[in-house]
Design a protein. Sequence first.
Length: 220
Amino acid sequence: MMSSDFMYQRRRMVETLVRTYGIKDERVLEAMRNVPRHLFVGEHLRNQAYGDHALPSEAAQTISQPFVVARMTELLEVSKQHTVLEIGTGTGYQTAILARLAGRVFSLERIGSLARQAISRIRELGLQNVKIQIFDGTVGWSDAGPFDRVLVTAGAPSVPEPLLEQLAVGGILVVPEGDLERQKLVRYQKLRGGGQRRQEGEPVRFVPLVGRFGWQGESI
Ligand code: SAH
């Protein structure tokens, strides 16, 4: 099912995640050792797929740096009992990582061409616990919720309210919050009895989350 090409590059990538970035969660590392990242980038970029950087994808979007994928996934503490909502499918790489760790993954992408490519990649990899739809993810996916985990992989001015609403009690939501140029990873945990705990993490740079509860279209 999972490609054995680029195995060596994948191992090196994971070593960098451990040594340079201090990623510790063995399950996250194992997922990243297994998912063939080179299949999520254009053919001309395959040789760079395991480098320590983001890469351009279709439609002027990006596939996140391996470290950012690893850190976000680690912060999310995903396991097989969990139903996860992801906003910003993009290439589907992060979706595939989540699919290996979670019970079910629902992912929303606003750009149809990206979503369609991601769907076919996920299918080729034989990952059967994923549903991808073309939709403004800032409003969430209320029919499929509540979600144990929510991951936003585009930069938001602040956490979209519907996503917090669709988070289960005790659930964790990770979102890059900030302006259009730079953001910080922010982790919310929804508390019993209302309210949430908010913790700030690393600085990151994501493409904008464009939608009703994100950045408004015309200003981007
Ligand atoms: N996680 C992706 C990278 C995401 S780049 C990967 O691993 O490849 C951010 C993505 O969020 C882009 O594809 C962009 O189109 C999408 N996006 C931006 N705003 C969105 C919204 N409101 N709803 C759904 N997707 C959105």
